[in-house]
Design a binder for this molecule. Structure first.
Ligand SMILES: O=C(CO)[C@H](O)[C@H](O)COP(=O)(O)O
Length: 245
């Protein structure tokens, strides 16, 4: 089985947590795309749900698969967000933003009663930080903001290589909200809470990819099958997945 199969297995398992009438947050990325596709199939069978997409890409995908859409304006409170992640630690703190959708992803997750993160098991880490931390910044002053983040990282004893994310044509990647992304190679992060607070204090930083205490369940899959992981109990890692209704 391939990594893609594991992503799909995790996405399929997340469907068990979707109930009729739910207002859903629809994540972004290749794992979330599996979930949106599978959800579309359930909608075609009669499941009554609606979703708020976290990116234009996910909006297009959801439309293509017939998932009814709503907005945070019309539906400011959601029942459940299902999204992927770039890294997941034991407390289910996450690094997200590899797909440049972290701002809308965080807004949508925060507006949800529950966030379930789905991934292939390679995303699990003991400590966050091997994956460069995506930070969404306002284009005005992006070089000053980049340098301020490098200074902060040095002060916190972290790696301080912060680069503007560029597309294949070398132009800066622009997010759905018109910002740019900085990728911060910080090394392993001992205190993500402090880093989060300090990053949010830098003018020009719109949001960063540390998702702390937002996910209440992770569903990860590998060649050994699908596992659910809850943040509180390390033992839960070995529990079999909840049965589908
Ligand atoms: O945060 C994200 C997008 O901003 C994605 O959820 C994250 O990058 C994981 O993507 P994939 O499922 O393709 O590995």
């Amino acid at each position: 089985m391939s990594t893609e199969d594991f992503k799909r297995a995790a996405a399929e398992a997340a469907l068990a947590y979707v109930e009729p009438g739910m207002k859903l947050g629809l994540g972004t990325g290749s794992t979330a795309a599996h979930f949106i596709e599978l959800l579309g199939a359930k909608v075609a069978e009669g499941l009554d749900v609606s979703g708020v997409p976290t990116s234009e890409a996910s909006r297009e995908l959801a439309e293509r698969h017939g998932v009814p859409l709503t907005t945070l304006k019309d539906t400011p409170e959601l029942d459940l967000t299902v999204d992927g992640a770039d890294e997941i630690d034991g407390r289910l703190n996450l690094i997200k933003g590899g797909g440049a959708a972290l701002l809308r992803e965080k807004i949508v997750a925060f507006a949800s009663k529950r966030m379930i993160v789905i991934a292939d098991a390679s995303k699990r880490v003991e400590r966050l930080g091997a994956f460069p931390l995506p930070i969404e910044v306002v284009p005005f002053g992006k070089e000053s903001t980049r340098r301020a983040i490098e200074r902060l990282a040095r002060d916190l004893g972290l790696g301080s290589d912060v680069a503007i994310r560029r597309a294949e044509d070398e132009c800066p990647v622009v997010t759905d909200s018109g910002h740019v992304i900085l990728d911060a190679r910080l090394g392993l992060i001992d205190d993500p809470e402090r880093l989060s607070v300090e990053l949010n204090r830098i003018p020009g930083v719109v949001e960063h990819g540390l998702f702390l205490r937002l996910a209440s369940l992770a569903i990860v899959a590998d060649q050994n099958g699908v596992k659910t992981i809850e943040p509180a109990s390390a033992q839960a890692e070995q529990q079999p997945m909840r049965k589908t209704a």
